[in-house]
Design a protein around this ligand. Structure first.
Ligand code: PMP
Length: 369
């Protein structure tokens, strides 16, 4: 993203830039700003000191830190993930110490959407005090999100069964193009009084994949602000045992962008403010392009008379589409047409462009007829 380059030039031109160790939980400013992006500028949990952020090695690092804390200090043993989910979840939770890895139903191949009845049934059967991993938005790999009404029903079950919500927020902005709208599920759960963890990633939203910029945000219950100090001292030990401290560069970039002009007297307030707005615009441009490609692929498939219903290509959200091809069909399209996707037919919509979309549609047609 062009604005990232501008900020990087500004950061590296600073003669005071050093390569000292950072604090174990990263840059203080970043730890203040990243949770605000997700919980909202005026989040009562943040203002009341019962929510705090710790810089991590991106979203995956936040998942790993939180996992270790949940197992080591809170004695959680069981974690539920959506079926399907992002491949790495299983590895992180297993290596992080969960001994009981379970799945709740999520994808319904018949409707090519969320199997919400199945999901609720499975959550209702989850043993009390299980951890439930929920994708905040732009679910990976299905691209299917819960509606707001469905979130409220999930929250009822979490409350009834004393389940712990662990929110994976890797794609804020990628479902609706609007950072606040996409954060609604988390803000709703916090408003309802849940204690929760959020694993936040800046890999996608700021295209900083290799810089490993993320944040573990902890939200404690009303009246538990004093636990934040004890918790962060335990997180310090976990970070020290794994890597000492997180890297600096990406977090400096992100906190520069997220800086509230009012808090940054020494900065050029005007430019910062413009960049913040520009950032929102970039995200919108990326998101709109994905939507255009979904539309083009759907139209091309329909025009060719491809058997089956292809509405899901349009309605799924985020970077991915679960095309609904069988593993054999995926094997065929890879071998014959050199079009690659996961064997469960999760395809990355960002790989489509005006030049290749019709060819992809023709290959899908050839595969399913
Ligand atoms: N969660 C989900 C659902 C993801 O898809 C990803 C990346 N693909 C991540 C977390 C972690 O990404 P990162 O570690 O780069 O922030």
């Amino acid at each position: 993203m062009p604005f990232i380059q501008k900020i990087e030039q500004q950061i590296t031109a600073d003669p005071n830039l050093d390569h000292e160790y950072q604090w174990f939980l990263g840059i203080e400013k970043f730890n203040k700003l990243a949770p605000r992006l997700i919980l909202g500028e005026d989040s009562p949990a943040l203002l009341g000191g019962r929510a705090f952020g710790s810089q991590t090695l991106s979203g995956n690092g936040a998942l790993r830190m939180a996992t270790e804390f949940l197992v080591r200090h809170l004695n959680y043993k069981t974690v539920y993930m959506s079926n399907p989910t992002w491949d790495n979840h299983r590895l992180v939770f297993r290596y992080g110490g969960f001994t009981d890895l379970k799945y709740y139903r999520y994808w319904d191949p018949a409707t090519r959407g969320v199997d919400f009845t199945g999901m609720l049934e499975d959550l209702k059967k989850a043993p009390k005090n299980s951890v439930i991993v929920l994708h905040m938005c732009a679910h990976n790999p299905t691209g299917c999100d819960l509606t707001r009404e469905q979130w409220t029903m999930v929250a009822d079950v979490l409350e009834e069964r004393n389940l712990f919500p662990f929110i994976d927020a890797a794609y804020q902005g990628f479902a609706s193009g609007d950072l606040d709208k996409d954060a609604w599920p988390v803000r709703y759960l916090v408003d309802r009084g849940f204690e929760l963890f959020i694993a936040q990633s800046f890999s996608k939203s700021m295209a900083l994949y290799s810089e490993r910029v993320g944040c573990l945000t902890v939200v404690l219950g009303e009246g538990h602000a004093q636990d934040a100090i004890n918790m962060s001292s335990q997180l310090v030990l976990i970070a020290r045992a794994m890597y000492i401290c997180p890297p600096k560069h990406g977090a400096l970039v992100v906190s520069t962008i997220l800086s509230d002009p009012a808090l940054r007297e020494e900065c050029d307030l005007c430019i910062m403010y413009l960049l913040r707005n520009y950032r929102k615009k970039c995200l919108k441009i990326m998101n709109d392009r994905i939507q255009d490609m979904r539309k083009a692929l759907n139209e091309s498939l329909v025009k060719l008379g491809t058997p089956g219903n292809w509405d899901h290509v349009l309605t799924q959200l985020g970077m991915f589409s679960f095309l609904g091809l069988t593993p054999r069909q995926v094997e065929y399209i890879k071998k014959k047409h050199h079009i690659h996707m996961l064997s469960n037919s999760r395809a990355n919509m960002c790989g489509l462009n005006d030049k290749n979309v019709d060819r992809v549609a023709e290959a899908i047609y050839d595969t399913v007829v």
